[in-house]
Write a protein that binds this ligand. Sequence first.
Ligand SMILES: Cc1cc2nc3c(=O)[nH]c(=O)nc-3n(C[C@H](O)[C@H](O)[C@H](O)COP(=O)(O)OP(=O)(O)OC[C@H]3O[C@@H](n4cnc5c(N)ncnc54)[C@H](O)[C@@H]3O)c2cc1C
Length: 505
Amino acid sequence: MADVLKHIVIVGGGSAGWMAAAALSRVLPPGTVRVTLIESDSIGTVGVGEATIPDMINFNALLGIDEAEFLKATNGTYKLGIEFHDWGRLGESYLHPFGSHGVDMQGIDFHQYWLAAKRAGAAEDLQDYSLCAVSAKRNKFALPARDPRSVLSHMRYAYHIDATRYARYLRDYAEKRGVVRREGKVVDVAQDDHGITALTLESGQVVEGDFFFDCTGFRALLTDKALGVTFEDWSHWLPCDSAQTVATRREGPLLPYTKATAKTAGWQWRIPTQHRTGNGHIYSSRFMDDDEAERILLDGLDAPMIGEPRKISFRTGRREAMWTKNCIALGLSAGFLEPLESTSLYLIQEGISKFISLFPTGDVPDVVRDEYNTQLRTEFEQVRDFLILHYVATTRDDSPFWNYCRTMDVPESLSRRIALFREAGRIFHYSDELFSKPSWIAVCVGQNVVPERVDPIVASLPAQQVSHSLASMHAAMVKAAEGMPTHEAFLARHGAAIDKTDMLA
Ligand SMILES: Cc1cc2nc3c(=O)[nH]c(=O)nc-3n(C[C@H](O)[C@H](O)[C@H](O)COP(=O)(O)OP(=O)(O)OC[C@H]3O[C@@H](n4cnc5c(N)ncnc54)[C@H](O)[C@@H]3O)c2cc1C
């Protein structure tokens, strides 16, 4: 085996493949490691993946991408969070915003003060203390201020993008920086004791490499078919396994947030991009057939369709190892946790950045591979627990699906967290996990996981002092949001991709 990697081969040209190609082309010094990407036009990509989380800003920064150019290229919009309808209880809604709620005081989390005031009937809803939520509900947007004394420093955001345009944009980026694209279907994978050595395309062409990325989507051609890495199925905790998707014309104001509306056997998303709105109904085929799922999707649309609904089947879970021998599974080939909190592109990004920080020599030391797998496995588990929370923390008993979710056994790591929150609203942020305290609090509170008592230190403070602090925080946020431009006006100045007349394209 060579001492240094000479040729990295990526199979698959969806978001995962082109994100990896773009990042490698950016960080590898020119002329050191060749990067080739093979994709099959006849197979195509999954073509969904439109909502993101704030970490995508870091990925764009790694690539040195200008935000306005990125929004223009992907028909992107800004996202301040997700509005959940009918999850905890039919008829109820809450917003899971990016960023924090309020300001922590004297070393105690803000939400403890809020819980105390709420009990005393002297507080607004929790989301009314989040600048992102307050702005989102008014369709307003501004970039975060750098000055920590400014209320605007509390802004956090991500994007809604057109996934197909995103892959195309990254392809241009990577090809300009030396990545070689080959079109063709891989039909054979050659291996020796160290791992994969070469791939044969349908045309008979052979592509040799010393490191491989499996970005072949749900097919997992290298990881599953060639290397036989086991898939750990989590569908008993996340029972949705199907999606019906369709785009609609863009009508009405451009909302700066995703909507996730719970349905009889799953939920429906609404994701606004500049030129159209993405919609999808995610459901469990154990509890609903495809025809009914399609009907529910269509009933839930708020504008005329563009094209016809498309069905996608999936399985929730992850590979037991994402890095095996000289091959890393990235994207859907590594695992899928359903798109409820828009985490898939983030997990791809994490796979890429962990690979770069553990960049191996040609003999791929075991210790490097093990570290990568440990870190990625943990990330998948932490995201999984947060997603399960949305399903188990419900009082809904109006369908067999919700009865199942409400009463299912959950991982011990999650049941411990819920029990601690129920006891006195305590939440902790564990080792580098993606979802921080405000996210857990937003979902627990939003879905009626009610603490039995208030933190004893906060309980001993004068109630008036607490409610006064809360009122002034809320007023400052409303004032800041009122002063912002609308989302649409902000975008028009900063990343408009199209004329309004092009919206049907
Ligand atoms: C219903 C649904 C909704 C989603 N929503 C979101 C979301 O809102 N936010 C988010 O972050 N993520 C979301 N995701 C996940 C996101 O779509 C994927 O993580 C992302 O697009 C990466 O996909 P991929 O590149 O791994 O696979 P794909 O897009 O499927 O690409 C696979 C590639 O492999 C190639 N290929 C396959 N076999 C071969 C072969 N034999 N030879 C050559 N090439 C081959 C294909 O041609 C293609 O280029 C969603 C996923 C689904 C299913």
